[in-house]
Design a protein around this ligand. Structure first.
Ligand code: F6P
Length: 526
């Protein structure tokens, strides 16, 4: 499938990316401006021929047809027999979208308006703290969004409890007044052990402080029955359908904490941004389609050149949680070992995604990105403007650093240049040795996305851009991006191990290492 791409990669030899800029039109030709954003992928080895091959692969994989099937409500999540319709949650014009012959939009809009009423009510009340209890897709999206949109946050404080480690909820509750706190139990299935354990602890905490749990809990779930059994009345339950995957769910009820934080109008702007990206994804030809181009760069680096990871490096401190959010979106979606038909993949699955905001990362792991022996394609993102007009000089420095990194990665520093740096300080063999430590190989690829300012609409566009990128890569890899069977085994084993850890059950059927670890923990606990 990717053989021609790999051949093209192998034939690059020692071609330098910077030399491609001898063509003065390169920067413009290998960039795309859409929806007020610039996506520059010119600092990569992509050329006309490679791009042509990638576009051919996208066409051959049926990206456009599959995309249209997704938007039309076809059950493209074939292993679970489900449609994939998170896009319906931001279909603000309510264009009909049918699943099994029924339009889902009346239900979507009804839930949105119920969310808006509740958010308005809470924002007007004396509630000071909102605690979202959820994990994975029921946590990462709203937690990332609340931080990203901090300048728009004018509602109650929002906290996010996800980990079953009691430290998480204990540290959070220290800041909360039981009379003025509301808990949102966010769980698509309402069975996730971490979330159920934390929700029960929250209930016990209220009771322990002599405060009734009535009116203090809200549920966001597809499992209305289980939410009811937990004691949350139907009017405080916000449901969503099985066609919204957990990691794609922040556009609907799972986004309630974000809506409470920034208000319904800004939440609608967030949805509108995503909807604009949806339209672009559906309408733009593949060669001028931002999610498609982002995906093609990803396929080139992963399947063509064999780079196993990619770094997402937002030069936007409030996007600190964006890499973690993308890790779930990308790795839970495209980290699959079999093709759609169940046969083993004959090529690599999606890459490892990781990152941290700049400039912090520069003082931590960029050393390896610049001089390590493995190439790590980098995806930079930067706002033209910050939210702190009085601190514009900070933002200038931020932009300069972001641009400097992509330039340094591409240019590198030759041995001759390095010698120049140490001449006068060292001599002879020592000069040579010192110079070698200062060589940067360069020729390291990166892309840069520039947007005006991180506002609700831009955040919506950015997330939808990556969602569709994951979709395109998934189609080209011929995998199901919408199931997550790989999380099951650990859950099953943890359930079985629980009583062995507490000593309620003997340790049987375990390998020597696991048995030893249990024994050691038990020994330490006396
Ligand atoms: O374990 C993985 C997972 O199923 C994710 O896909 C999901 O986002 C997360 O757990 C939480 O699930 P739920 O919202 O059902 O509690």
């Amino acid at each position: 499938m990717f053989e021609t791409l790999q051949e093209k990669a192998a034939s690059l030899g020692d071609r330098r990316i910077e030399d491609l800029f001898a063509d003065e039109g390169r920067a413009a030709a290998f960039s795309l401006t859409a929806l007020g954003m610039l996506f520059d992928y010119s600092k990569t080895q992509l050329d006309e021929a490679i791009l042509g091959e990638l576009l051919g692969l996208a066409e051959k994989a049926g990206v456009a047809a599959r995309r249209d099937a997704m938007f039309a409500g076809a059950k493209i999540n074939e292993t679970e027999g489900r449609a994939v319709l998170h896009t319906a949650l931001r279909n603000l014009e309510a264009r009909p979208v049918e699943v099994d012959g029924a339009d889902v939009m009346p239900g979507v809009l009804d839930t949105l308006s119920r969310m808006e009423s509740l958010a308005a009510e809470l924002r007007d009340s004396d509630v000071r703290d909102v605690v979202n209890i959820g994990i994975g897709g029921s946590d990462l999206g709203p937690a990332m969004g609340v931080l990203a949109l901090a300048p728009y946050h004018d509602g109650p404080r929002c906290h996010f409890v996800s980990n079953v480690d009691g430290a998480d909820i204990a540290d959070t509750l220290k800041h909360c007044d039981p009379e003025r706190t509301v808990f949102i139990v966010a769980s698509k299935t309402f069975t996730t052990i971490e979330t159920m354990t934390n929700a029960a602890t929250a209930k016990a905490w209220l009771a322990g402080q002599g405060v009734s749990g009535e009116g203090k809990f809200i549920a966001l779930s597809s499992n209305v029955e289980k939410a009811g059994a937990f004691g949350i009345p139907p009017e405080r339950v916000f449901g969503f359908e099985d066609w919204v995957g957990g990691r794609y769910s922040m556009w609907g009820p799972i986004g309630l904490s974000l809506m409470i934080a920034v208000g319904p109008a800004d939440f609608r702007a967030f949805l509108a941004g995503a909807q604009a990206m949806d339209r672009h994804f559906v309408e733009a030809p593949l060669a001028e389609n931002m999610p498609v181009l982002l995906a093609l760069v990803g396929i080139w680096h992963n399947q063509g050149l064999g780079h196993a990871t990619r770094a997402v490096l937002p030069y936007d401190n409030r996007l600190a949680r964006f890499p973690a959010y993308l890790q779930q979106m990308e790795m839970e979606s495209n980290g699959k070992g079999v093709a759609m038909d169940g046969t083993p993949l004959a090529y690599n699955s999606g890459p490892v995604v990781w990152g941290e905001p700049g400039t912090n990362g520069q003082h931590a792991f960029y050393q390896l990105i610049h001089q390590g022996t493995r190439v790590i394609p980098c995806e930079f993102m930067i706002a033209a403007e910050g939210h702190e007009p009085d601190l514009a000089h900070h933002h200038d420095l931020l932009v300069a650093n972001c641009l400097a990194q992509s330039e340094a990665l591409m240019r590198g520093r030759s041995l001759d240049e390095a010698r120049g740096k140490v001449t006068g300080k060292f001599e002879g063999d020592e000069l040579e040795r010192q110079a070698r430590h200062r060589v940067f190989p360069g020729n390291r690829p990166s892309t840069t996305l520039v947007y005006q300012k991180m506002d609700p609409e831009t955040l919506g566009k950015l997330i939808a851009l990556y969602e569709h990128r994951v979709f395109v890569e998934g189609v080209m890899l011929n995998i199901n991006s919408y199931d997550q069977w790989g999380v099951e085994l650990g859950k099953e084993l943890a359930t079985a191990l629980g009583p062995m850890v507490t000593g309620e059950e003997p340790v049987t059927g375990k390998d020597g290492s696991t048995a030893q670890l249990i024994g050691f923990v038990q020994g330490m606990r006396g």
